[in-house]
Design a protein around this ligand. Structure first.
Ligand SMILES: NC(=O)c1ccc[n+]([C@@H]2O[C@H](COP(=O)([O-])OP(=O)(O)OC[C@H]3O[C@@H](n4cnc5c(N)ncnc54)[C@H](OP(=O)(O)O)[C@@H]3O)[C@@H](O)[C@H]2O)c1
Length: 316
């Protein structure tokens, strides 16, 4: 049987690298888009098992339709993961919103042209949770959308870029009939395959290295990178997958995380002034679990993250 050909956008990123690894291990042929194939930061992709035979890297930018179209041609599926994750930004429209929204539109248009059978788009919890009208005691599920006007008011540009990109995708799917599924992960932690640190990894590293005398004990929603990659493959492979899927495994307070991390790595015992952060809505991943999704424990995810950071010298 001919192997299936799938395109992964932003293949060298934290999440996408795991997706490429899983696809290659399952025998897929992968077209990975990267902005500069000659950059040493993508060396890890070439070293993945089966990469020599089954991974082809394409130079593509989200704002360049032709480059995306060339990478997507001949593929039966597309996993659209590339999107800028930059906080803070000096020009939100140019740095975040344009690449996220125009990039998604370009990917979808190229999918129609290539007669792609299914597109899985990685959105974010950020496209669901910023909704001041959601009832306080009700867990947030896939029916909850972030309020764009509210995001503008609070200047949460990353969340706005993800909300606009996902709503654009659903409008496009409704108009054209393209088969689209979206995944909305919470904060992604876990071991990195790539050599450069991404924004969510830095969030955990900052908690581990934090020497500050004050701590805001926030309510965090967390998921392991390998579990998100698993969810993306499930959403791609299961014929019955449809609509949006929240992908969040664990709820923890910053202070609880620190206690768990202390058993794995020396963390400052300096007494801190602790301010309690706001309680947040629970995020329900029941829909994804009904599709067959399972996840690893928070303890394993943290232990594997710390092990990886130590090996890469990130905690020195
Ligand atoms: N990490 C999280 O906590 C989290 C949570 C929810 C959702 N997400 C979503 O998950 C996806 C992957 O995030 P990540 O954590 O893996 O971050 P990451 O490592 O920073 O990956 C982002 C990827 O997007 C690519 N990219 C950015 N701008 C681009 C452009 N103009 N043209 C082409 N490629 C571009 C980057 O390419 P380069 O390699 O060339 O820079 C990189 O490969 C994103 O859609 C993000 O919004 C992440």
């Amino acid at each position: 049987m001919e192997k299936q050909r799938v395109c992964v956008t932003g293949a060298g990123g934290f999440l996408a690298s795991w997706v490429v690894k899983f696809l290659l291990s399952k025998g897929y042929i992968v077209h990975g888009t990267v902005r500069d194939p000659s950059d040493e930061k993508y060396a890890h992709l070439k070293n993945l098992e089966n990469a020599a035979e089954n991974l082809q890297l394409f130079k593509a930018d989200l704002l360049d339709y032709n480059s995306l179209s060339a990478a997507i041609a001949g593929c039966s599926g597309v996993l659209h993961i590339a999107s800028p994750c930059i906080i803070p930004v000096s020009d939100p429209k140019v740095e975040l919103i344009e690449p996220a929204v125009t990039g998604t539109r370009n990917v979808l248009k190229a999918c129609t042209e290539a007669k792609v059978k299914r597109v899985v788009i990685v959105s974010s919890r950020a496209a669901a949770i910023w909704n001041p009208n959601w009832p306080k005691d009700q867990p947030m599920d896939e029916s909850c959308w972030s309020d764009k006007e509210y995001l503008n008011t609070i200047k949460n540009w990353y969340a706005l870029s993800k909300t606009e990109a996902e709503s654009e995708a659903w409008e496009y799917a409704e108009t054209t009939g393209l088969n689209v599924v979206t995944i909305l992960p919470s904060l992604i932690i876990g071991p990195m395959l790539q050599s450069t640190t991404n924004a969510s990894t830095l969030t955990l590293v900052k908690i581990i290295k934090d020497e500050a005398e004050e701590l805001v004990n926030n309510d965090l929603r967390i998921v392991d990178v390998r579990d998100v990659a698993g969810a993306i493959l499930l959403a791609y492979e299961k014929p019955e997958a449809e609509g949006r899927y929240i992908c969040s495994a664990h709820n923890a307070r910053t202070q609880d995380l620190i206690e768990k991390l202390k058993t794995m790595h020396p963390i400052s015992n300096k007494p801190k002034k602790i301010t309690e952060g706001e309680d947040k809505h629970k995020l329900s991943s029941a829909k994804l679990q009904n599709l067959g999704w399972t996840y690893i424990t928070l303890e394993k995810s943290l232990a594997d993250s710390v092990k990886c950071y130590k090996e890469k010298g990130i905690l020195d």
